[in-house]
Ligand binder design. Sequence first.
Ligand SMILES: Cc1cc2nc3c(=O)[nH]c(=O)nc-3n(C[C@H](O)[C@H](O)[C@H](O)COP(=O)(O)OP(=O)(O)OC[C@H]3O[C@@H](n4cnc5c(N)ncnc54)[C@H](O)[C@@H]3O)c2cc1C
Length: 468
Amino acid sequence: MTSVSGKSNVDWKAFASRLAPVEVIDEAVLIKKRSRDFFWYSPILNEQLKRCFGDLVALPKSVGEMKHCLQVAYEAEVPVVLRGGGTGNYGQAVPVDGGLIIETTAMNRILDIGEGYVRVEAGALMADINAALNDSGQEMAMFPSTQDIATVGGFVAGGSAGIGSLANGPLREPGNLIEVKGLSLESTPREQVFQGEDVLKIHHAWGLNGAITEVTLRTVPSEDWIACMATFDGYDAAYSAGYALAAAQNISPKLVSVVDARIAEYFPRLKGHIREGRDLVVSYLPAADVPEYRALIANFGGQAELTLSESERQAAKIPHAFEFCYNHTTLQVLKSDRSATYQQIGVPDPLDTTAISGLRQALGDDVWTHHEFLRLDGNLAAIDLPIIWYSGPERLAEINRIYADRGFTVYDAHTNKVEGGGLHGADYTHLAWKKRMDPKGLLNSAKSSAWETVKDLTPEEIEAKAVL
Ligand SMILES: Cc1cc2nc3c(=O)[nH]c(=O)nc-3n(C[C@H](O)[C@H](O)[C@H](O)COP(=O)(O)OP(=O)(O)OC[C@H]3O[C@@H](n4cnc5c(N)ncnc54)[C@H](O)[C@@H]3O)c2cc1C
């Protein structure tokens, strides 16, 4: 069997038989499919990654089978990339160096549900976890808007926040991620258990420093959530109302998103349900808070268009409200027009409307803002995931500069290096654990620009850089 990646001299047929009894996929067309994620949101990443493929896919069904895959890969010294649902945005799961893709979706058992927690295998789908929690009157503290395809292992290794983060903070907030178990890539793979604040040693490391096998997440009592949509005449009014709703003392939303009217035009499934041409506020709040919500929206001159319980939403055949927030807004636009892209921006404190208004004027007509409110360390914060009509890298750099000059933080969505996006620099704690868990540097190493500079140091020497 020849190398699908074109980057390997390994005899993949022999390698596949050494993996037995683990199920494998060796058809080139299927391997290529499983070598992709949502990197194509970025025209820059699309050019860089569209021809990067793995050589074989393994589908372990248990921790024992996962150990076997890692052991065989270690002995053959082949690059390894872990893969869940493949919904990451930055080519996180793309096997840039070729090699073995280990897909976790067959390791998907819900292991234990107790008060305040759920323990699951890494390949469990986020939607299945929420469904399993339903009977206990609980839900996950947060989940990504891709819950139908994304796995919990992929969320912990590659994601950061989602629906629920306005009430409960991002994944990294203490208590949200209770325990993570990971396997090393060695001749005899070891299980490492990360608990408490140690979970940050493996969280958001893009699968560079261990194969996550099991996760324990915080759960919270579920509510009778109402999906709400309100429209406004102007972004300033919509943003002010969204900010007030997110900050309200008498309303407890778990999601508040503000969407530019021009983006909302790309939501065909909302046509006939909300007024057209108006800026949109999407939220989830407890049923008991609806009267206060209506009053708030009216105070800001808005129209409360939809306030739907889950059964009403289903009867009306309207998608989940969370399909119009986070990176789903970008997806809705891209479904119609592939020339759009996006960026990830941290909004500086204070989150006032005047700053957003001035910014929008400076940005111009090719940038359409979309804000998400969330809580960080207990404080209200906001991010902007704007739609950008891409006209080239120079204009993208200029847009980044306009944001940065006004004190906004750009978390670049157009790089496939872990240091370039959310982390904003090298995480030497992650890399020290990479050295411990992956001494040959086979796990997704191409995604770290700092790894090359530290790979010959001891874990302790790498860790020391974290405190310099
Ligand atoms: C439309 C859209 C909306 C999105 N909305 C959100 C959102 O609301 N919040 C958010 O945080 N993200 C969001 N994302 C990004 C992504 O969907 C989430 O981060 C998701 O949880 C990733 O899960 P996955 O199973 O698809 O991971 P994958 O894409 O398969 O993998 C992500 C990373 O994790 C690694 N990985 C996967 N499994 C393991 C494992 N078992 N052990 C070690 N490493 C592993 C991979 O190597 C890769 O680096 C969105 C993306 C899209 C396209």
